[in-house]
Design a protein around this ligand. Structure first.
Ligand code: FNR
Length: 390
C-alpha cells in the first residue's frame, strides 16, 4: 500500500486509474490555463509568521459553516460528473465528507441524483444549482432538494456560457463516453474503472434524465443541457431564484468587488469567491488575489468563502487568514475519489487536516478562530520601527 503524504500522491494514482478523457476533464483550466495556474502560484507570495513558545498543545480546527458545526472549515465544492471518476462517485464523496465532519455539495450535473444522496447518506447535504432556463425543471429540482433535506443552496453564477477547455473538445468528452475506437481502447486500459462502471446503473445525469421534459436519452440530454445555461441571467433573476428557494443561499462565482457589492443586496446569506477553478474566464485574477478587495466590500462579519486552487492545508489557512471564513475544495478531493473512491476522499481530507493542524501549531495558534491576518508576514514587519509597535 503506497503512503499518501500529499494531495499530489493521490493525483498521480488517479491519473493511472481513470480513463484519460475524465482525468483531462478535471486537471485543466480554460484556454491558456493562466488563471488556473495563478490560483495556486499566487498563494506562494503569502508568508506565514513562524511563532514559538506559545503552548500549542490544545489545538482546535472545528468551527461552523452556514451555521453547521464542521470539524474543520473545508467543504466539498460541487463538481459535475463525479460518477464518471468512480462508480457512484457522488455517494462515495458524500459519505467521506460525513465521515470527516465536513459539508458535501451535490452538483446539478451529477450522476447520482439528489434522492440517491439522501438515501445513501441519511445526512443533510448542500445542493448546487445552475440557473437554468427550464422553469418547470427549476421549480421541480428545488422541490426535490427540499424534500431530500438539502439545507443550503449553492447558486452558481459564473457559468451562463461555458469557458473553453481545449482537451475536452479534442477528447470529445461526454458522460457516459461515446464508444468510439479511441475511447474503447482507452477504457480497456482501465479495467478496474470499466468493471465498476458496468456494475452501477448511475451512468448518466441523475438529476436530469427522467426529470426534465423530453430528456430520455444521451442525445436528448446533450441537446437539453446546451440550451439550458441561461445567458439572460441578471441580478433580478438571481433574487427571484433566492426567493423561490426560501432557505439559506451561497452565491458562487463572485470574483470582483463590484459584483460582491451588488450581491449583498440580494439578501443571500453568504458568498463563495470563485473563478470556477480557472475553468471559465482565463485571464481573470486568482481568487486569493481578489479576496481582500471583496472582504472590504462585504464587511468583517459577512460569511465569505473561497475556492479555486486549494490543494493543501497551508493554502486553506492562507485563504482564511486573508479574510475567508472557510474554503471549498474541488480537484483536491476529486483526485482522491478517482484514485480510491470514498477512502481516497477521506485520505484527501485527512491530508489537508494534518497540514492545517501542523501549520497552525507552527504559527503559534491553538484555535482556528484565532487564525487571522496577524498570522501572515506583512511589509510592516520588514520595517523595524513599525514592527516594534506590534
Ligand atoms: C467544477 N466546478 C463546478 N462548479 C459548479 O458550481 N457546478 C459544477 O457542476 C462544477 N463542475 C466542476 C467540474 C470539475 C471537473 C471541476 C474541476 C470543477 C467548480 C468547482 O465547484 C470549484 O469552484 C472548483 O473546482 C474550485 O477549484 P479547485 O479546488 O478545483 O482548484
Amino acid at each position: 500500500m503506497p503512503v499518501f503524504t500529499e494531495i499530489e500522491d493521490l493525483r498521480r494514482l488517479y491519473q493511472r486509474r481513470v480513463p484519460r478523457m475524465f482525468y483531462d476533464y478535471v486537471d485543466v483550466g480554460a484556454w491558456t490555463g493562466s488563471t488556473y495556474r495563478a490560483n495556486r502560484t499566487d498563494f506562494e507570495r503569502i508568508l506565514f509568521r513562524q511563532r514559538v513558545a506559545q503552548n500549542i498543545e490544545a489545538r482546535n480546527l472545528s468551527t461552523q459553516m452556514m451555521g453547521r458545526p464542521v470539524s474543520m472549515p473545508i467543504a466539498l465544492a460541487p463538481v459535475g460528473l463525479l460518477g464518471m471518476q468512480h462508480p457512484d462517485g457522488e455517494i462515495h464523496a458524500a459519505r467521506a465528507a460525513n465521515a470527516a465532519g465536513v459539508p458535501f455539495t451535490l452538483s446539478t450535473m451529477s450522476m447520482c441524483s439528489i434522492e440517491d444522496i439522501a438515501e445513501a447518506t441519511r445526512a443533510p447535504f448542500w445542493f448546487q444549482l445552475y440557473t437554468l432556463r427550464d422553469e418547470e425543471f427549476l421549480d421541480n429540482v428545488l422541490e426535490r432538494a427540499r424534500r431530500a433535506g438539502v439545507t443550503v443552496l449553492v447558486l452558481t453564477l459564473d457559468l451562463t456560457i461555458q469557458g473553453q477547455r481545449h482537451k475536452d473538445l479534442k477528447n470529445g468528452m461526454t458522460a457516459p463516453p461515446r464508444l468510439t475506437l479511441a475511447n474503447i481502447i482507452n477504457i480497456a486500459q482501465h479495467p478496474r474503472w470499466a468493471l465498476g462502471m458496468l456494475q452501477t446503473k448511475r451512468r448518466s445525469f441523475g438529476n436530469i434524465v427522467g426529470h426534465a421534459r423530453g430528456v430520455k436519452s444521451l442525445d436528448g440530454l446533450m441537446e437539453w443541457t446546451s440550451r439550458q445555461f441561461d445567458q439572460r441571467l441578471d441580478w433580478r433573476r438571481v433574487e427571484e431564484i433566492i426567493r423561490k428557494w426560501g432557505g439559506p443561499v451561497i452565491l458562487k462565482g463572485i470574483n470582483d468587488p463590484e459584483d460582491a457589492r451588488r450581491a449583498l443586496d440580494t439578501g443571500a446569506q453568504a458568498m463563495l469567491v470563485s473563478n470556477h477553478g480557472g475553468r471559465q474566464l482565463d485571464g481573470a485574477p486568482s481568487t486569493i488575489r481578489a479576496l481582500p478587495s471583496i472582504r472590504r466590500v462585504v464587511g468583517p462579519d459577512y460569511p465569505l468563502y473561497l475556492d479555486s486552487g486549494i490543494q493543501s492545508g497551508q493554502e486553506a489557512l492562507k485563504a482564511i487568514a486573508s479574510g475567508a471564513n472557510g474554503v471549498f475544495i474541488g480537484r483536491a478531493f476529486v483526485y482522491g475519489l478517482g484514485a480510491m473512491g470514498q477512502k481516497g476522499v477521506e485520505t484527501s481530507l485527512s491530508i489537508l487536516r494534518r497540514e492545517m493542524d501542523i501549520t497552525m501549531a507552527l504559527c503559534g495558534i491553538n484555535d482556528i478562530k484565532d487564525f487571522g491576518p496577524n498570522c501572515l508576514w506583512s511589509d510592516d514587519l520588514d520595517n523595524p520601527t513599525k514592527a516594534a509597535r506590534n
